[in-house]
Design a protein around this ligand. Structure first.
Ligand code: SF4
Ligand code: SF4
Length: 303
């Protein structure tokens, strides 16, 4: 049985695919978008996360760390992330942390390795409840990174009559898509032309969309985040419309930028790339929706 690496599970979502869904977030992503709202999902193993608001500055972590990562003085806690070797000793000793609950702890690793069958048993009670009104959505990171193990999980789901959705930026080689294709009922594809795109990623994305649309264009919903200064251009919207028309794809979801991700960059000791960004107003979002609806596309704002 294969192993999947995940960092979070949302047990009840009405905005991540058809109906009401469990959302499984997998580790690992091949892209590094400046607007990424989960930088802690980039690598296949989580970096050490430090959430200052949950830290009492007790100093227990300072002496236990073999690499001098932590320094606490005068009520200030400095963390030298680059020296961490992921031994976990500081998390074990920290009175404000639980190794199994990183998202309520001061220190943690946002990741867990789990056998596919064990993961399915964990998800199954909730999936059984949602069976007739939704299903399982797998997001990330990018789920294509772990396509082999994910195919095993989705195969079990489909055999049990669970509806499956995969959310991906679809910029990895088509073999990852082909591994999943028999077991995916719906695809949420990130399509958001930006000045930061690499040409090879864009070409791969277009080729993967063609592959999926040839299978069934009605099983695809395009998702585009509106990131001021990056993805909010008329040229970008026109490109999306052209790709959707060429592939017979009828639906798009517009996602306003999520400003709460700054917390994760801070927890990783990284500079927040979108410092000071102005969020799009409701009027702007409605205007963008209008660009797509007037092109004959079903457009929805996901708030
Ligand atoms: S042991 Fe935990 S609560 Fe104490 S200083 Fe370190 S991170 Fe903060
Ligand atoms: S995980 Fe280990 S090496 Fe990293 S900061 Fe904690 S004690 Fe130090």
């Amino acid at each position: 049985m294969k192993i999947l690496k995940y960092f979070d599970i949302s047990w009840f979502s009405s905005v991540d695919g058809p109906g009401t869904r469990v959302v499984l977030y997998l580790l690992g992503c091949n892209l590094r978008c400046p607007w990424c709202h989960s930088p802690h999902s980039w690598e296949s193993s989580s970096p050490l996360l430090y959430f200052e608001s949950r830290c009492t500055k007790c100093g227990e972590c300072v002496d236990i760390c073999p690499n001098g990562v932590h320094e606490v003085s005068n009520g200030v806690h400095l963390v030298n992330h680059s020296q961490c070797n992921h031994c976990g000793a500081c998390i074990e000793i920290c009175p404000s942390s639980d190794i199994n609950k990183w998202n309520t702890s001061a220190l943690g690793f946002a990741g867990k390795d789990i056998e596919v069958s064990e993961l399915y048993q964990l998800l199954k009670p909730q999936l059984d409840l949602l069976k007739h009104i939704g299903g399982l959505t797998v997001s990330g990171g990018d789920p294509l990174v772990q396509s082999k193990a994910l195919a095993e999980l989705l195969k079990i789901c489909t055999a049990d009559g669970i509806h499956t959705t995969v959310e991906t930026s679809a910029t990895l080689n088509k073999k990852h898509i082909e591994e999943l294709l028999p077991y995916v009922n719906h695809w949420l594809i990130g399509l958001r032309p930006s000045r930061t795109d690499k040409v090879e990623d864009w070409k791969q994305l277009l080729s993967n969309i063609q592959l999926l649309a040839a299978h069934n264009p009605n099983q695809i919903t395009i998702r585009t985040p509106i990131i001021p200064g990056y993805t909010d251009t008329q040229i970008g919207y026109d490109m999306i419309i052209e790709v959707m028309r060429a592939n017979g794809i009828k639906s798009i979801e517009i996602l306003p930028y999520n400003p709460y991700s700054e917390n994760y960059y801070k927890a990783m000791g990284l500079k927040y790339p979108l410092e000071g960004i102005q969020l799009p107003s409701n009027e702007e979002l409605i205007g963008i929706k209008g660009v797509f609806t007037s092109a004959g596309i079903n457009a929805k704002i996901i708030a």
